[in-house]
Design a protein around this ligand. Structure first.
Ligand SMILES: [Zn+2]
Length: 348
């Protein structure tokens, strides 16, 4: 009962925000504030996956990192009307020179190196002639494995399907949701929300759980939809004008690792990308956006000139260029042009 009320309140709150976003847009207020707030500043947007709705039933990635291709197309059109879309080199020049002049600049970034960036995002980026940069975790490129979140989601779904006493034991042992009710889409959402709630669990506990579940299923692969780019696809993206940056090697949160391991993640991912793509890699996006000053120092020492985090905000030339702010994009934060602008303004 309390949960239903909570959900209802959240829907009402969201609806009011959307109405507010439309009022701001059609009265010209959002455009006015955009120019005022972004004066001498740039905005960096974070995308992850560009995947059609009908494919998502096979995916265990959370909705918060998804954009439908039709919506992505609408977003690029809207962004081009309000911003100057810059590539990573122009962005770097702007922020390093300390001045961000002219119409507000916008850099489009993708994290995680999902194969859908090649299949769905690239044709749309090309059609709009929009530059972008994709940050890839090198260990997952051309690998049959994916992140523990997607793997775990798939394994939990199979546990419920199996219904054996061993499966029930695992459900109790790890505190998985008691029952999965509703249709396949609802069940999938319950699993993805549950997996997302484990994000801060220590790595040794996650490893233990994964080992147990892999033993139960005898498999550790990912759903076909939750696949990362191959090296050929990444090279093709790169040839088509999409820049490439590092997202470390293993996608582990760097602030949780020892200094030696962090140095290896930073240096090896950079070296691998430089060797494969034949050009210098200057930018990194930290997995999960987690940052501290030690990480900033080590990133600089490893030879990067830009480090991207996930704190909300705009970028000015005087900011810490090893913890660059970004704004997350998904289906809900940018469902229409008025909502997209309201998200960038920090209203949604
Ligand atoms: Zn990531």
């Amino acid at each position: 009962m309390i949960n239903t009320l909570r959900k209802l309140l959240s829907i009402i709150k969201k609806s009011f925000k959307v109405i507010y976003a439309y009022i701001l847009y059609y009265t010209g207020i959002s455009n006015y504030y955009l120019l005022k707030r972004l004066n001498n500043k740039a905005v960096v947007l974070t995308y992850h996956r560009v995947l059609p709705y009908e494919k998502r039933i096979e995916s265990y990635s959370h909705e918060a990192i998804m954009v439908d291709p039709i919506r992505f197309d609408m977003q690029l059109k809207a962004l081009k009307e309000c911003f100057r879309i810059v590539d990573i080199n122009e962005f770097s020049d702007l922020v390093h020179s300390g001045i961000v002049e002219g119409p507000p600049a916008c850099l489009i970034t993708f994290d995680d190196g999902w194969a859908d960036n090649y299949n769905y995002a690239l044709p749309i980026l090309k059609r709009h002639q929009c530059p972008a940069i994709v940050f890839v975790p090198t260990d997952y490129i051309s690998s049959p494995l994916t992140f523990w979140q997607e793997t775990l989601g798939q394994q939990i779904a199979k546990i419920y399907e199996s219904g054996t006493s061993d499966a029930k034991e695992l459900i109790t042992k790890y505190g998985f949701p008691d029952t999965l009710s509703g249709n396949d889409i609802t069940k999938n959402i319950i699993i993805r929300d549950y997996v997302r709630s484990l994000k801060t669990l220590p790595y040794n506990k996650i490893d233990m759980m994964m080992t147990d579940l892999t033993k139960f299923h005898g498999m550790n692969g990912a759903s076909k939809v939750d696949r990362h780019l191959t090296w050929d696809e990444l090279k093709e993206l790169h040839k088509s004008g999409v820049a490439v940056g590092s997202h470390a090697c293993t996608h582990r949160i760097l602030t949780r690792l020892t200094q030696d391991v962090v140095e290896t993640e930073l240096v090896e991912s950079k070296n691998t990308l430089e060797r494969k793509l034949g050009e210098s890699i200057e930018a990194i996006a930290y997995p999960n956006g987690d940052y501290n000053d030690r990480l900033g120092d080590l990133t600089k020492k490893a030879g990067y000139s830009l480090g991207f985090g996930t704190h909300y905000g705009y970028v000015s030339g005087t900011d810490n260029l090893y913890d660059i702010k970004r704004i997350n994009m998904n289906d809900n934060t940018a469902s229409s042009k008025p909502v997209l602008l309201a998200t960038i303004l920090g209203i949604m």
